[in-house]
Design a protein. Structure first.
Length: 117
């Protein structure tokens, strides 16, 4: 046997050993992930039982969420400003309409355009 053949065989044996080690490490990683997931699920179930919660409580928008978190419309907002010429209104939210920008450029203030209660 030549020296290069023997070195090549050793190298192949090392690669095989490393591949076996990798398989074992991947198995251990999967086992730890599964255990961690199971522990998390058990903790969640315990907390749900302690707080008398159901799956519906976790997925519904009623109750515990903050205002406006339902994902839907939260209602209309009363306008704060009115164009004295056209009667158009603006709530003060979002981009300023063209009529507001033009009025401000002509020297008026937002207070001049505000709807008095």
């Amino acid at each position: 046997m030549s020296k290069t053949f023997t070195e090549g065989a050793k190298r192949m044996a090392n690669i095989q050993d490393l591949l076996k080690q990798r398989e074992e490490l991947e198995r251990q990683i999967k086992q730890l992930q599964d255990n961690s997931r199971s522990e998390a699920i058990n903790t969640i179930k315990e907390l749900m039982a302690q707080n008398n919660l159901s799956i519906e409580d976790l997925t519904s928008t009623r109750g515990g969420g903050k205002k406006g978190e339902s994902g839907g419309k939260t209602g209309t907002v009363a306008p704060k400003y009115r164009d004295p010429v056209s009667g158009k209104t603006w709530t003060g939210r979002g981009l300023k309409p063209k009529w507001v920008t033009e009025a401000l450029e002509s020297g008026k203030t937002l207070d001049d355009l505000s709807i008095k209660a």
